[in-house]
Design a protein around this ligand. Structure first.
Ligand code: GCU
Length: 423
C-alpha cells in the first residue's frame, strides 16, 4: 500500500553569503500612511505614533496601558549595602510588584558608584539566568521563578542554581561600569515572563489580561518581547525614584532576544535616554527583508517545531517567505529611538543575527535622526571589524561570536560619555 505523502513545510537553508541576498525595497519611515513625506514637526506630531502602531500590528503586538494599575505598585528593599564591591559601589536589591500584590513581582538588582557625588547615569538590562548570574557577588539573591534547563540545578528542575553564580558576569562588566561612573540595574527576564510558549500564564501577560490564564491571544495583542520590554519600563519606574540615579540618563540595553526587547522598550518609552542593541538580529536591529541568517518564518514559528512563536504577535509569522509584503522593516524600530542616542552592535561570527543587516537597519533609520537635528551615523560604509563608527547613532562589529564582551561595553560607555547628557 502506498502511504500518502505528507509534505511538512521545511525552512529554506539560511542565507550566509551576501551574494544570495535577494533584491528588496525598504519602506521609508518618513512617508506617512497617507503617502506624505513628513518634516520634523510631522514626525513628532503624528508619524512617530504611526510607526509605533505599525510595529505593534505587524511585529510585537500592542502593549496594554497599565498606567492606572501602577498606582498600586509596591516595592520592598530586600538587601542594601553601601560598601559593595570593596566599597566602590552601593548595592540595592528590591522586590517590585509593579501593578500591585495580586500580580507577579520582579527582583531588581541595582549597583550605583560610590564617591561620585550627585546622581549617576545607569544602564538597565534584563538578564537570562537570574541576577546572581549577572555579577560575581555572593550577596546577590537568585530568582525564585522558573528558570530554563540551562540555568537550573539538576536536582531541582526549573529552579535557579548556586553553581551559576557569576556565570554571565563577563556580559555585564560591572567593575568597568562602576569605575567609569555608571550604575547598573538588571532583573531576570523570567520574572516578567518565563521564556517558553506557555510561560505567559505565569507572567504579567496573564496577570494583566482580564481573562487571566484563559486568555485567547488575538492578532495584534502583545507577546513575550512586548512583556519583557514592559518590564524594562517598570524597572525605569523604580530607578526614577532612587535618589542616587540620574533619571534623565538611563540607558536601556539588551543582548540577543533581550536586545529585541530593549529596542522595543526604547522605542515605546521615551524616558530611556539612550538605547543599546547588542547582537539583536532578526526581530531586532537586522532588516527582515534581507532574509539573511535567521528569517521571519524561522523565528516566529512558521515551520513546525522551530522558532519562538510566543515572542511576536501572530501576524508576524504570516510574512514568512513573504517579507516583501511587510509594510515596514526593522529600521522603523530603530528610527523610533530618534533623536535619542542609539547604539547597534554586532559580532563578526554571528551570521545568524546578520551583522550587515543590523548595520543597514541603523543606516536606514539615520535619516530620521538627522531630520530631528542630531548628527546620526555619519557614514554609510560598513566598518571594519573592531572599528566603531557613528556620531549620535553608533555601530560596531567586533571580532568573535554572539556574546556581550568588555570590548562591547567599552564602546557603549565611550558612546554614552559623548552622547548621554543630563537633560
Ligand atoms: C536564538 C534566536 C535568536 C535570539 C537568540 C538569543 O538564536 O534564534 O533570535 O536572538 O536565540 O536570544 O540568544
Amino acid at each position: 500500500m502506498l502511504l500518502p505523502l505528507i509534505l511538512l513545510a521545511a525552512a529554506p537553508a539560511p542565507i550566509q553569503e551576501e551574494s544570495k541576498v535577494p533584491p528588496y525595497t525598504l519602506p521609508d519611515p518618513l512617508v506617512s500612511g497617507a503617502g506624505v513625506k513628513v518634516d520634523a514637526a510631522g514626525w513628532r506630531s503624528g508619524r512617530r505614533a504611526e510607526v509605533l502602531r505599525a510595529l505593534e500590528t505587524h511585529v510585537y503586538g500592542r502593549t496594554p496601558d497599565t498606567s492606572a494599575l501602577r498606582a498600586s505598585a509596591v516595592q520592598e528593599v530586600r538587601e542594601h549595602d553601601a560598601g559593595a564591591l570593596g566599597g566602590k559601589a552601593t548595592r540595592t536589591q528590591l522586590r517590585v510588584w509593579p501593578v500591585g500584590r495580586k500580580a507577579p513581582f520582579f527582583d531588581l538588582l541595582v549597583y550605583l558608584p560610590n564617591g561620585r557625588g550627585g546622581r549617576s547615569p545607569v544602564f538597565i538590562g534584563p538578564n537570562f539566568g537570574g541576577n546572581h548570574t549577572a555579577v560575581d557577588d555572593p550577596a546577590v539573591l537568585p530568582p525564585e521563578t522558573w528558570v530554563s534547563k540551562q540555568w537550573s540545578d539538576p536536582s531541582r528542575p526549573a529552579r535557579a542554581s548556586e553553581r551559576h553564580r557569576g556565570a554571565q558576569s563577563s556580559r555585564w562588566q560591572l567593575e568597568m561600569l562602576i569605575a567609569r561612573g555608571y550604575g547598573l540595574a538588571t532583573f531576570y527576564y523570567g520574572d516578567i515572563e518565563p521564556d517558553h510558549p506557555e510561560g505567559w500564564k505565569d507572567g504579567f501577560r496573564a496577570a494583566l489580561s482580564p481573562a487571566g490564564r484563559d486568555t485567547v491571544w488575538k492578532d495584534g495583542e502583545w507577546a513575550a518581547i512586548g512583556a519583557w520590554a514592559w518590564g524594562l519600563s517598570r524597572g525605569l519606574d523604580v530607578l526614577a525614584r532612587m535618589p542616587g540615579v540620574d533619571d534623565s540618563r538611563v540607558a536601556v540595553i539588551g543582548h540577543s532576544r533581550l536586545g529585541k526587547a530593549a529596542l522595543w522598550a526604547g522605542a515605546q518609552d521615551e524616558r530611556f535616554a539612550m538605547v543599546v542593541s547588542n547582537d539583536s538580529g532578526c526581530g531586532g536591529a537586522a532588516l527582515s527583508k534581507r532574509t539573511f541568517g535567521e528569517t521571519v518564518g524561522v523565528i516566529s514559528g512558521f515551520y513546525p517545531g522551530r522558532g519562538f512563536p510566543h515572542w511576536f504577535t501572530r501576524r508576524f509569522s504570516t510574512y514568512s517567505e513573504n517579507e516583501a509584503a511587510l509594510p515596514l522593516d526593522q529600521h522603523w524600530l530603530l528610527a523610533a529611538a530618534a533623536p535619542r542616542p542609539l547604539y547597534v552592535a554586532s559580532a563578526a561570527e554571528d551570521l545568524w543575527a546578520d551583522p550587515r543587516g543590523e548595520f543597514l537597519g541603523a543606516l536606514h533609520a539615520d535619516p530620521v535622526f538627522r531630520l530631528l537635528g542630531t548628527p546620526g551615523l555619519g557614514t554609510d560604509v560598513f566598518p571594519e571589524v573592531g572599528r566603531p563608527v557613528g556620531l549620535s547613532v553608533g555601530y560596531h562589529v567586533r571580532a568573535g561570536k554572539h556574546d556581550v564582551t568588555a570590548e562591547d561595553w567599552a564602546n557603549y560607555l565611550d558612546f554614552a560619555d559623548r552622547n548621554m547628557k543630563a537633560r
